[in-house]
Design a protein around this ligand. Sequence first.
Ligand code: IPE
Ligand code: IPE
Ligand code: MG
Length: 243
Amino acid sequence: MSKVTQGVLGEDIIVPKHVGVIMDGNGRWAKKRGLPRKFGHREGAKTFRAIARHAKAIGISYITFYAFSTENWKRPKDEVNAIMDLFEKYLDEVRDFMDENIRVRFIGDRSMLNPRLQEKMKNVEEDSKDFDAMTLILAINYGGRDEITHAVKNIADEVASGKLSPSDVTENLIQNNLYTEEIPDVDLIIRPSGEQRLSNFLIWQAAYAEYYFTNILWPDFGKKDLDKAIITFSERNRRFGGI
Ligand code: IPE
Ligand code: IPE
Ligand code: MG
């Protein structure tokens, strides 16, 4: 946890080191306006950019945005295609973040994504790897269970080949085989849109996370709402099993 350096939220506010955001409610936002769901996704992408910048301004070190889950492939093909097209745009725009000293990373199974998208992801990660004002993580085709399954497979391979023995399997070893390897555990998870569930987001990493739920739909989520979530977090008493 780090203190706010610029004092944007006030001297005594404890800013979480790693915030996770479940960008939910795009479809309902569009429906309320009689628009096709993809318009909600487009609006949600604007919110993503504004909130990412504000996160850096208030001193958050890591922020992970849940953009597409391993379960979201169940949606109608034209909605999935519209979301994938948006990612390509996101990625071109995400390059602007590099001028702001922001490192960009991705978590999730990329192998199912369009090769052009995969190439762009690799380039952004590579080109931003030395930036250190904040790390912005996009979870695309991400599922917590899928992530743990991958980790278990990797470890099983190493045990089968004799590189590791079963007694080498520790929490640290599992952590080091996750997509979030060397990213600290998430401290605060924010979910807009009124749903109160994780939907397979960072299930290992959220073991001791705090949760902040709001009925606001993601496209309407503003800087003040992020401030409110951080202030609420700052008032929580985290015990991690101690007293
Ligand atoms: C979140 O918004 C975006 C993705 C899951 C890709 P939704 O599309 O889930 O919006 P609602 O929940 O239907 O309102
Ligand atoms: C979670 O939202 C996934 C993302 C925001 C990317 P969903 O809309 O898919 O979650 P459920 O289906 O309501 O649990
Ligand atoms: Mg939803």
